[in-house]
Design a protein. Structure first.
Ligand SMILES: Cc1cc2nc3c(=O)[nH]c(=O)nc-3n(C[C@H](O)[C@H](O)[C@H](O)COP(=O)(O)OP(=O)(O)OC[C@H]3O[C@@H](n4cnc5c(N)ncnc54)[C@H](O)[C@@H]3O)c2cc1C
Length: 372
């Protein structure tokens, strides 16, 4: 019998499995195709401050906590596996392309400053002196010192390697349903038939978590499509040094002159790359950084974020003993991987949810009946 079955092998499931194995548990990850979900598409911005939205204070705290853990967490992962994760402390510059956007950015800056976040207001010329590739149209900017980046595919590969080193088992199959007896979880039934027994089950199947039998009424998670592009400079030089975030688009520089341009936010559940999205992303990015016109288009990809009604993740215990949820990370699943892993491992070993994840109980929405 497996102590803990983790359903889903994206960054969240793998990070949780790794932490539980480190705490001494016997862990099995179920996934027909690990690292095939949103984690293989994401831009990898670690952006607690630039992702801040009004009314999301609890989420800001969680995002900041995870951002503070990130450097140490990936450092250990890289040492342990010998693999790179592409973690870079690059800072972010938020830019306004016209007077209206500049007025809106001033509001955002006031809000960020009121929360004592590390932000600095810049004039257009000051922004261009930091990032000469910015368009002369840029009217103003906010420099955000704490927002960094990682390469999600590299991170996920390192997590997978670390899980293997720590003795985590993998089953290449999907979960069809979660089984319970008298209100206590007993295991997982597999899609190909058969099943595994487990004394605890962690649901980390991203947007598809609600498709698992018996969970649909409990898990308020849906697919939110995102498309992004990868460009490369012909000579391998960097066009920008920092993450650049405009009103409708962001640019994330990668080593070797690569540049991520993202991302659409669409209430759809297909993974098609559309001509319209590629056009919009390139047009909006070109307005901010005209030099992208000289770059090559390396890849266009689409993924499905796990969205929730209030944009916060679903983290914690359910009404079924031993059934724990770690999903719904929406736009911040890469950023939130360390704090999710630590918190869920602590919940499973101590039975108590750490303070920081309590606002994100999967039971916080209206009460619904759960099939047992
Ligand atoms: C375009 C785009 C840009 C993004 N940019 C960022 C960013 O810059 N920063 C950031 O922090 N986040 C970003 N995100 C969000 C981030 O990608 C997600 O929040 C995160 O990847 C969620 O990870 P996950 O492990 O929960 O889900 P996923 O990565 O989707 O993994 C879920 C896994 O579950 C498996 N699965 C599904 N059903 C089952 C089943 N029944 N049984 C077993 N396994 C199953 C799948 O095969 C998959 O491997 C972005 C997302 C997109 C789409």
């Amino acid at each position: 019998m497996s102590d803990i079955a983790v359903v889903g092998g994206g960054v969240i499931g793998l990070a949780v499995a790794r932490s539980c194995a480190a705490a001494g548990a016997d862990v099995t990850v179920l996934d027909r195709a690990p690292i095939s979900g949103a984690s293989s598409v994401a831009a990898g911005m670690l952006a607690p401050v630039t992702e801040l939205h009004y009314g999301e204070r609890a989420l800001l705290q969680l995002n900041l906590e995870s951002a503070a853990m990130f450097g140490g967490w990936v450092g250990e992962l890289e040492r342990e596996t010998g693999l790179r994760t592409g973690y870079r402390e690059t800072d972010t510059i938020m830019v306004a392309a016209d007077a209206d956007e500049n007025a809106a950015l001033a509001e955002v800056w006031r809000f960020q400053s009121s929360l004592d976040l590390p932000v600095e207001r810049l004039k257009g010329a000051e922004a261009r002196s930091l990032e000469p590739a910015l368009s002369p149209r840029v009217r103003g900017a906010v420099l955000v010192r704490g927002d960094h980046q990682v390469e999600p595919r590299l991170l996920a590969d390192a997590l997978l390697a670390s899980c293997r080193l720590r003795g985590v088992s993998f089953i290449a199959d999907h979960a069809a349903s979660v089984e319970s007896i008298a209100g206590r979880v007993s295991g997982v039934t597999l899609r190909s038939g058969g099943g595994i027994r487990a004394s605890a089950v962690v649901i980390a199947a991203g947007y598809a978590s609600a498709d698992i039998g018996g969970l649909e009424p409990l898990l308020r998670v849906r697919a939110v499509k995102g498309q992004l592009l990868e460009l490369a400079s012909p000579d391998g030089s960097d066009l920008v040094q920092r993450n650049v975030r405009g009103h409708d688009v962001y640019l994330v520089p990668r080593v070797g002159g690569r540049l991520i341009v993202g991302a659409t936010v669409e209430e759809r559940s297909d993974k098609m790359v559309t001509a319209g999205a590629v056009f919009d992303l390139l047009r909006d990015a070109h307005e901010l950084v005209p030099g992208i016109g000289e770059m090559t288009l390396v890849e266009a990809r689409a993924g499905l974020r796990p969205g929730t009604p209030d944009n916060g993740p679903l983290l914690g215990a359910t009404e079924i003993d031993g059934l724990v949820v770690a999903t719904g990370h929406f736009r911040n699943g890469v950023l939130l991987a360390p704090v999710t892993a630590q918190s869920i491992a602590e919940l499973l070993s101590s039975g108590r949810a750490p303070e920081s994840i309590r606002p994100f109980s999967p039971l916080r929405f209206e009460k619904v009946e759960v099939e047992a």
